[in-house]
Design a protein around this ligand. Structure first.
Ligand SMILES: *Cc1c(COP(=O)(O)O)cnc(C)c1O
Length: 349
């Protein structure tokens, strides 16, 4: 007889309606272009099995991951030719994996183009570096004959500062336009979440939001359109009363100045609730705000229940995790807040 695992004391509530609505909003904002979905890093920490079917149902047809290791989880969910692998083939094993599975490699250099063609070639995407100097074909290599032999679906580039109003966005857009003229391709793509609101000249045929699908707001233009998707929740394991002068947690960084009722919850920095929330985080239960007391530990955090007398052991609390506010309070980026969320959360599918 299989032994069933008891339910986890830590769960990620995922608002799939908000996820679908965010994709729809970003697709609408993309005008005549279609919105793809960046689902790398386990869909930004939220969970590929939860996110990808919901996005597909919303109408999304193109999905991006970074690593080859991220492909198998997607293959059972969507068609291989809807998957692009951003890191591209660094060696023949990776190119052969793409050939065998039918997913598209994103070619990032002449070297990768040769590896892909040596493995048999076929439909691929091309990333051109228009000034970020990270990964992608340098503009100076656009004349290479190897590129003319590629069968390119999406010719893409990536914006370095789409979340800011800077002339560099236009510089990159012009270079991307030049690349699109030089290299035969089917569809062009430049904008990430923030880039979508820079206007239609940035859209091409495909936009590539990630962060904003999951509730991130990189530019204020998106604040009325994008809804929160991920809600971390933890169970209260123990409640106790402490007296004036008692400390809480490692190094007693919080000391009570009067009698208090406190609770210990099953979430810690190993779950992505990092120590920057120590003394700063807020959770809630039954409409009451419950502040974090003292240091966040690896597996536990202590919260103030003094003003929530009805909240008891076994109850669930939810972290305040609206990404823009949470970023301002914690000092973590909105991207980090999501991708940190650990493997111990149960994620209902
Ligand atoms: C991660 C990624 C995206 C998504 O960017 P967001 O800022 O999360 O919207 C788009 N394109 C590429 C190439 C990426 O690596």
């Amino acid at each position: 007889m299989a032994i069933d695992l008891p339910p986890a004391a830590l769960r990620l509530r995922i608002d799939k309606e908000a996820l679908a609505a965010n994709w729809q909003a970003l697709d609408d904002l993309s005008g005549s272009a279609s919105a793809a979905a960046a689902v790398k890093a386990d869909a930004y920490g939220i969970g590929v099995p939860q996110v990808v079917p919901a996005l597909q149902q919303a109408g999304c047809r193109n999905f991006l991951v970074a690593h080859w290791s991220e492909v198998p989880d997607l293959l059972g969910l969507i068609e291989p030719d809807s998957i692009s692998v951003l890191h591209g083939p660094m060696n023949s094993a990776e190119a052969e994996f793409a050939q065998a599975t039918g997913v598209k490699p994103v070619i990032n250099s002449i070297g990768q183009a040769r590896i892909w063609l040596d493995a048999g070639g076929g439909r691929c995407d091309l990333m051109v570096d228009t000034g970020m100097n990270r990964l992608g074909l340098p503009m100076s290599d656009l004349g290479s004959e190897w590129l003319q032999s590629l069968d390119i679906d999406v010719l893409m580039s990536h914006l370095a500062s789409a979340d800011e109003d800077t002339e560099f966005n236009d510089t990159q857009r012009r270079r991307w336009n030049d690349a699109c003229i030089a290299i035969p391709h089917l569809r062009s793509s430049l904008a990430n979440s923030a880039g979508i609101v820079l206007g239609r000249e940035f859209h091409g045929e495909l936009t590539r939001p990630g962060l904003s699908l999951y509730g991130g707001i990189p530019r204020s233009e998106l604040s009325t359109r994008i809804r929160q998707v991920a809600y971390p929740q933890a169970a209260i394991m123990q409640v106790r009363t402490i007296d004036a002068g008692d400390g809480v947690g490692y190094n007693s960084t919080f000391v009570a100045s009067s009698q208090m009722r406190i609770g210990t919850i099953a979430i810690g920095y190993a779950d992505g609730y990092l120590r920057c929330w120590s003394g700063k985080g807020t959770l809630s239960c039954a409409g009451k705000a419950l502040r974090v007391l003292g240091r966040v530990s690896m597996d536990m955090t202590v919260i103030d229940l003094t003003h929530a007398p009805s909240v008891k052991e076994g109850d669930w609390v939810e972290a305040e995790y609206s990404l823009r506010d949470a970023s301002a309070i914690s000092g973590l980026s909105q991207y980090e807040l999501l991708t940190l969320l650990g493997q111990r959360f149960s994620r209902a599918s």
